[in-house]
Design a protein around this ligand. Structure first.
Ligand code: SAM
Length: 320
């Protein structure tokens, strides 16, 4: 099927699900964050034939999906894994007793351009310092990008300057709320692939997989090198339940093809700047559609049909 044809069949998520039903719970404004996909993840979890014992997010980033699962008790436990050491420090601090100290540090910070520059150029002397600096950088750099080379916002959002995304009370509240349910969340700093290998065979474990994308990953993340083929292989060799997102690229389409994964395209209209986000979703679709995964090259029309059938199974109106 030609690209244009698949695009026409793409599911436009914002027309179909209520994205505003997702409380913002992450302390990060994460590039490539999946808040907008949470309604679909909830539906996927609700229609599994079992309640997950373990929900794993092996490429956690801002962790909105895992946080939602933990807050809404959609699984018994949540495991977040992230390789980036700076991002990892934030999760470690929030989930430890020091979470409340981080919240207070944010609330007490006297925010102005000079104090921001002084803080970001100082040497972190503790995990708490490092976590605070990362949250601050995430809030004052363009697009929340933490990769080397990212620069400070000048105009900020709506011309409000450097502090346009600095909401100390909201951040403090979110951090305390996460800390209060830390008994349901485990965090590991490490390699998502290794975590997958260690957990795919665990009964009633499910995986939400949002890796650094092949096209944009390098610009957005300090850790972006990933053996995508190995990721597909691990999933193909197990029969675990997973939902995986990717950018639409020839590399990923050909991996989906080789490993026989069905995929579907999801479009989302950005709220502020009207940009369209487009990703593809891959899954072990047997439990979702009742049919085995279909190889895109051999039966793309079937994939689209399957996509629609999945969406209707999820209770999503696909008639428009
Ligand atoms: C697309 S982002 C995840 C965004 C997340 N779903 C959210 O909503 O905020 C991918 C993340 O994977 C992390 N990452 C890259 N390579 C990794 C690896 N081998 N293991 C674990 N995490 C990795 C990146 O640092 C980045 O935070």
């Amino acid at each position: 099927m030609a690209q244009a044809e698949l695009m026409t069949n793409a599911i436009q998520l914002d027309r179909l699900v209520n994205v505003s039903s997702v409380p913002q719970r992450s302390p990060f404004r994460y590039p490539g964050g999946k808040t907008w996909l949470v309604p679909l993840v909830r539906k996927w979890l609700h229609q599994l034939p079992f309640r997950p014992k373990l929900f794993v997010e092996p490429f956690a980033g801002g962790g909105i999906t895992g946080l939602t699962v933990a807050f809404e008790e959609l699984a018994d436990r949540v495991l977040l894994v992230e390789l980036d050491q700076d991002v990892a420090r934030v999760w470690e601090v929030i989930l430890e007793r020091s979470g409340n100290r981080l919240a207070r540090r944010i609330e007490d910070f006297q925010f102005n351009p000079e104090s921001v520059v002084a803080c970001l150029s100082s040497k972190a002397r503790s995990k708490l310092d490092s976590a605070f600096q990362t949250i601050l950088r995430n809030r004052v750099q363009h697009g929340g990008i933490l990769a080397p080379g990212a620069s400070l916002m000048k105009e900020g959002e709506n011309g409000k300057g450097l502090g346009s995304r600095w909401y100390p009370e909201t951040l403090g509240r979110r951090i305390r709320a996460i800390n209060a349910i830390s008994n349901r969340i485990d965090f590991l700093q490490g390699d998502g692939l290794m975590c997958l290998r260690q957990n795919v065979e665990k009964k009633n474990s499910v995986f939400f997989i949002d890796p650094p994308y092949t096209v944009t990953g390098r610009r957005l993340y300090a850790c972006s090198d990933l053996d995508h083929s190995e990721l597909f292989k691990i999933l193909a060799e197990s029969d675990c339940e997973f939902l995986m997102t990717y950018d639409r690229s020839s590399e990923i389409e050909s991996l989906a093809d080789s490993y026989g994964f069905a995929y579907e395209e999801v479009l989302m209209q950005g709220r502020l700047n009207q940009r369209k986000f487009s990703i593809i979703l891959l899954s072990n679709s047997t439990s979702v559609t009742g049919t085995p995964p279909v190889s895109p090259s051999t039966a793309l029309s079937k994939v689209v049909k399957q996509t629609k059938s999945r969406m209707s199974l999820m209770g999503v109106d696909i008639s428009s």
